[in-house]
Write a protein that binds this ligand. Structure first.
Ligand code: APR
Length: 316
C-alpha cells in the first residue's frame, strides 16, 4: 500500500513543527516546500536525520520547487507573511494591508496546488485564517469539504489547557470546544465544556471561567508578548491532529473553519464549526443548539470574519 503523502506549503515554524509531529507518528511521508532559500531542504534533511534516533520510518524531503508537492494527499498551507515592521518606513502594515499581502500569497499557493495536487485536501493555517480559507476556496475551485481551516483545534487546545491547569486535572479529561472566527471574537462554549462528564460550570466560578475564556481569546497575543513572534508548537499540534484524523480516517470531531452553506444560519463564509474530519475531508458538520447568548457571540464573530472577507473584493 502506498504511503500517505503530506505536503507542507511553507516550511517556517508552524509548517516544520507540524511535519515533525506527523513524521514522528508515522502518518505519512512529508515533503516541505518554501520559497525562502534552501530552508525547506535544510529542515527536511535535519528532521530526517532525527529518524534513526527517535525511530520513525517517514521519509522527509524538501525543495524550493513547488513541484515537490505533486500528488500530495494533504497539503498543509502555512505560507504567508507575518505582521512585522517595514524595514524602510518602520511602520506596521494595517490589518487590511496584511490581508491583501497574504491574499496574493494564497492566490499563488492555490494556483500551484491546483496544478500539482488537484485531488488534495487542503488544511490551511495562514492568517487571517478565515479570510485566507476564502481565498483558497475561490482560487482553487475545490469543493468545500477539501478546504479546511485550522483555528478551532488550536483555540480549543488552549482553552482545555487553561481549564486543566486551573483544576489540576489531566488535560485528557477536559472536553469542550471553541467555535467562530479565529481571533479575539472566537466563541468558547462553557455550557458545553466538561471534566470527565462533569459540567465545568459546576467546578469553576463564572468569574474565573470568564477570565479563562478571555485568556483563550487572547492566547495568540500572550505568546507573541513572550516570544516576540507567533506561537508554533500549539498551532502545529492543532494542525497535526486534523491531518491525522483525515489521513487515518478517524472521524474525529474537531472545530474547523468550514465554508458555510446555511449551517447555523450562515452562508458563503468560513467559520469555525464542529466538523467530522475523515478521508473525505470535512465529512459532516455537527449541528448543536445554542442559547441566545452563544448565538449572539457567534453572530458577532461571523460579522468580524465578514468584514475581513469584504476586504478581499470577491464578487458576492
Ligand atoms: N510560497 C511558499 N512559501 C512562502 C511564500 C510563498 N509564496 N510566502 C512566504 N512563504 C514562507 C516563508 O518563507 C516562511 O518560511 O512561509 C513561511 C512562513 O513561516 P513563518 O514566517 O515561520 O510563520 P509561521 O510561524 O510558521 O506561521 C505561518 O501560520 O499561524 C499562522 O499567523 C501564522 O500566518 C502565519 C502562518
Amino acid at each position: 500500500m502506498a504511503r500517505n503523502k503530506i505536503a507542507f506549503y511553507g516550511a517556517g515554524n508552524v509548517g516544520a513543527t507540524t511535519a515533525h509531529w506527523l513524521a514522528e507518528k508515522g502518518i505519512g511521508d512529508c515533503v516541505l516546500f518554501d520559497i525562502f532559500g534552501q530552508v525547506a531542504s535544510g529542515k527536511a534533511l535535519d528532521l530526517y536525520e532525527s529518524a534513526p534516533a527517535i525511530g520513525f520510518n517517514s521519509m522527509i524531503t524538501g525543495s524550493n520547487d513547488p513541484a515537490i508537492i505533486s500528488g500530495a494527499d494533504v497539503v498543509v498551507v502555512t505560507a504567508g507573511i507575518p505582521r512585522k515592521k517595514d524595514p524602510v518606513t518602520g511602520k506596521f502594515p494595517s490589518r487590511d494591508e496584511l490581508v491583501k499581502i497574504n491574499q496574493d500569497v494564497i492566490t499563488d499557493v492555490a494556483r500551484n496546488i491546483k496544478q500539482y495536487a488537484p485531488d488534495s485536501i487542503v488544511v490551511l493555517v495562514t492568517n487571517p485564517l478565515d479570510a485566507m480559507c476564502h481565498v483558497m476556496f475561490e482560487e482553487t475551485g475545490f469543493p468545500r469539504e477539501r478546504i479546511i481551516g485550522q483555528a478551532g483545534a488550536l483555540d480549543t487546545a488552549r482553552y482545555k489547557a487553561f481549564i486543566a491547569q486551573e483544576l489540576g486535572v489531566s488535560v485528557q479529561d477536559v472536553h469542550g470546544l471553541v467555535l467562530g472566527g479565529h481571533g479575539d471574537t472566537m466563541v468558547p462554549l462553557p455550557r458545553h465544556t466538561s471534566v470527565a462528564g462533569i459540567p465545568v460550570t459546576e467546578l469553576i466560578s463564572k468569574e474565573r471561567l470568564d477570565e479563562i475564556i478571555n485568556r483563550t481569546a487572547n492566547g495568540g497575543g500572550e505568546i507573541v508578548g513572550l516570544l516576540g513572534y507567533s506561537a508554533y508548537y500549539a498551532p502545529a499540534a492543532g494542525t497535526a491532529i486534523m491531518v491525522e484524523s483525515i489521513l487515518m480516517d478517524q472521524k474525529r470531531v474537531i472545530p474547523s473553519a468550514v465554508y458555510t452553506q446555511g449551517e447555523y444560519g450562515y452562508s458563503d463564509l468560513f467559520l469555525g464549526l464542529p466538523c467530522v474530519l475523515g478521508r473525505g475531508g470535512v465529512e459532516r458538520i455537527l449541528d448543536m443548539e445554542l442559547n441566545a447568548e452563544e448565538r449572539a457571540k457567534l453572530d458577532y464573530s461571523a460579522e468580524a470574519v465578514r468584514a475581513v472577507v469584504d476586504v478581499l473584493g470577491y464578487k458576492k
